[in-house]
Structures are given as C-alpha cells and as structure tokens.
Design a protein. Sequence first.
Length: 576
Amino acid sequence: MKQKKWISSLSAIGLMSVLTVGCNDGESPDNDESEESDEDINENIDETNGEGGESFSMNIYHTNDLHSQTAMFPQMITTLNEAKDEHGEGLLLDAGDVFSGTLYFNEFHGQDAIEFMNMMEYDGFVPGNHEFDLGDEEEGHPELVEFFEAAEFPILAANMDFSADDGLDELTEEGISDEAEEGMIYDGKVLEHDGEQIGIFGLNTEDTANISSPADVEFNDYVDTAQNMVDQFEAEGINKVIALTHLGYDSDPSVGNDLLLAEQVEGIDVIIGGHSHTEIDPPTVVTENEDGEEMNPTVVGQAGEYGQNIGWMNVTFDANGVVVDSDGELLATEDREPDPDAQEMLEPYTEEIEELQNEEVGANVINELPNPRHGDGDEESVRANETALGNLITDAQLEAAQETDEDTIMALQNGGGIRESIEPGEATVGELIEVQPFGNRLTLLELSGEELIEAFETSVYNSPEENGGFLHISSGTRLTYDSSEDPGERVVSLEVEDNGEYESIQEDEMYTVATNHFTATGGDDLQVFANAYDDGRGTIVGSTDWEMLRDYMVDLEEVDYEVEGRIEDLDSDNEE
C-alpha cells in the first residue's frame, strides 16, 4: 500500500508529528522535507489574528452520526455553550445521519431532532445515507421533506440530484448561494464570518444507493463534484473552503473517503466528516496529494457518534487563504449536565417513548440473543456469521411469507439491518423496534437458482470480515462456503430441505424467496436482486419487519434460539 502522509496537528512552532496511514512497521516516515523554522512559519501569522488582513482564525463546532439519540441533545447543548464560552463563537455544522436508530425516530421521524438542532443554531447540514431510509418508490421522501422544511438552516447537497423526487425538488435551489434560505437545499453556500467569506459545500457517499432507500434520488461522483465546487468558489474569489461530508474518514476506497478527498482535490481547506463514526482527536492535517507531492494543508475532523462528543476545531489562514495553524479536540458530552431548557423540551418526547418502550408483547425470551460486532471486540459478527437472532428473524419472515405464498422456500435478512441484541425476559415493543428500526416491508422475489447463488456470493465476498449485506437464512436452508477461495467463487453448496432431505438449489429452476424491501431492491450491492425486482419479479406482501418478529415470538410464547449450523465456512473449520 502506498503510504499516505498526514500531520496530526499544525502549529505556529512548526509542522510536527508526521504519521503514516497504513504504515505496518510502526515507524514514522522521514519528515525532513516538511520541516520549517519557527521564523518561517511565524512570518505567515500575524499575532493580531486578523488585523490588517494578514491572517484569519475561525472556530468550527461539529457533530455527525447522531442517529436519533434525541436524549443526548440537552448535554450536547451544554457542551456547545461551554465550548463557545472558552473558545468564542464559530460555525456549527452537522455531517449527516440524524435519522434512524432509536425509538425516537420510529415515533417522530426526525421532527424531535430538528427542534433541538434549531435550538443549537446550526449553520449547515449535509444529508447522510440514513436520511434516505424511509424512501418509497411511489411516495418519495415525505418525512425527509418535512424535516428539511422545519430546519432553520440550509441543506448542503452538492453531489445529490433531487430532480426526480417531486417533494425534495421543490426545496432545491441549484448552485451556490450567499443568501441561503432556511430549509432549502443548495450545492453550497457562502457565509460571512468575522468579515471573511467562507465557502461550504456538502457531499454524501455514493454508496447510499446501495445501503439505503433513496428511490429516485441520485448521487454523483464525489471527487468530480468537489473539484467543481472548489473551482466555483475560487472563481468568486473565495479562498477558504469547507467540505461538509458524509463519506467516512478512511472508509472503503472504492466508494471514497475523506482522506482520499483531501489528497485528490486541492483547494479544500477543511473537511468536516461523518459516516464512519470516527473519533479524530486532534484533527488530522493532510499535506500531500495522491502522488505524494506537497500540497497546501487540509484539516480533517470527525466527532464519533451518537452525540457523545461535540467537535471543536480552530483553523488559521494566511492572507492567501492557506491553512497555517490548526488545533482542536473532541469534547465529551457525558461529562456535562443537561441544559435545563433543552431537558424540559425533551420531556414530552421521552414520555411517549417510555410508554412504547415498556409495552410487553407477550413473549418470554429464554436466552440472550446477542448482536455481535467485530468493532465491539467480538470474534464473530452479525455481519459475518450466523447468529441466533438472525435465525429468529428469518424464521419469522418465512412464516409470514408462507401465509401469502406457501411455495416460499427461504427467507433472507441482511446483517446490517439487525441493530441491537435482545435480553432474556419479557420482550417489549421498544426492544424489537431497536433490533429492526428501519420499518422495512416483507417482499417476495422470484429468482433462478443461479441468481440465488450469485446473491450468496455477494453475501460472503468479504468474509471473514464484515459486510452489511451478509445474508442470514431461515430454517430449512443450508449454505456452505469457503472464504479462502477468491470472491465470486466461494459458495460450495446452497441447499433447501424438502420432506426431511436437503437438496441442492438448481441453477436453472425458479424459486420464491422472502426478504425485506431494502434487500429485495438491491441494498448492500445485491444487484442481482435489484435486477429481478426491476424485472417485475418482486412483490411487497407483508407487515414491517419488527411486527413480523413480534407476531412470530408471540406465537412461540417461549423464545429459545441458538446458532445451529445453517451457515458454514469451510476455511473457518480448517483453521480450527
């Protein structure tokens, strides 16, 4: 891997702490070429901090990936106010994914969150992939439209095309605005801060088309879009540019990330990011382009997840708009007392949620149904291995599907759609919604055996590493694969039970399978499903995912599930 040099902080006493992303030997690369004398750097910085136009410093406060953790807002507001008391006023930006993840979202669809965001007085917001989770091919995105309309700040979405979505298109003003209106969508905006013009534009991951439900919304190349935006700002004489992104800090390079953006598009001074839930403390400073050549610095920040931090960044520009100094940290919100006004505003929302949270469904869970993730230190993962909870969910889907079409042979659930564990004891509505918070409808697909096998190749292509599209399977189905083989050649056998005997899926035969609507329409790169759905071989037939799970568990009364060998990796067996 080619080394990517970056600097953990840039200060007026020199360029320090040169590190290497992807360096395996633990040694820092030689940074002799990056060193400058104190005198050289100090020549670029006027101690009067802006007087005479020699330099300009600004604060940026930022959040990302809140995921409907509405209860965190009172502490976030206290943290922000304390930061402003210490550091001074500045911009406040959010890098996307306010939607999805908790009971608050299932009940209020973001209308609770926007009330608190307006209270915090954000200056800009870029939609993340989860903002499109409720997309519908016929209705579009009415909940997102309502969220935007309630916003008292502009929406920045340079690489998003809303023209085919009537509701969102009505809110869209193309191009860059220096008088951006509240609740309207722009490619970028120009705002004045302490007498200086700052350009800001928004980018969302192109992978949204695969991992959410954007319906008719399209996503353009992030690098081409960013370069175009920088060119437009520079043409207007604006030399301080912020990219507000939902790309991920160092996420899958095939769909882009913030480090690649910094390396490939010169002229971006600051990147405030989201999507990968990364805690960057202090901010990263990229000083080399993709060819390893020195370039003007780009400062990159991201604040983790779930409102656990407020990010603070301070950036100093010279007279030419080049970053010459940066500082910053993540401020933990749990260390602060809730803001009393925000806490009072939260109470009615919480009362409704607690009532729903505690409603028992009438099923007793005998043993814990975990939801393991590698990132939590677990050896196995819901996105890479069979789980007891995945088995329960798919069995619930299969039963619901067979009530509509008794010839349905199997049900499939993407691992990325299973979000929480279920603890032993009486199951509640709140628990089940948190397990499957996206409200996906049951969908039947007519597929050839060849298409089914292709789908499972996609499911295990990244094994033993995680993949949100890893498919859990219902009882009566067996998948055997070998992760030591090349991707696309890993499935050894796919079998279904018939009269007590397992028989191999035949490539030239047609089968009816059930899954959630997100997966059926090609989510998680399952293009083979998307093709079948577009070909008219997909039908929405059932209730939402958590309701099917509830009904199945109520029928069982006593829920006792375990891993039972439905999915087997031969390479894993050999290693053992």
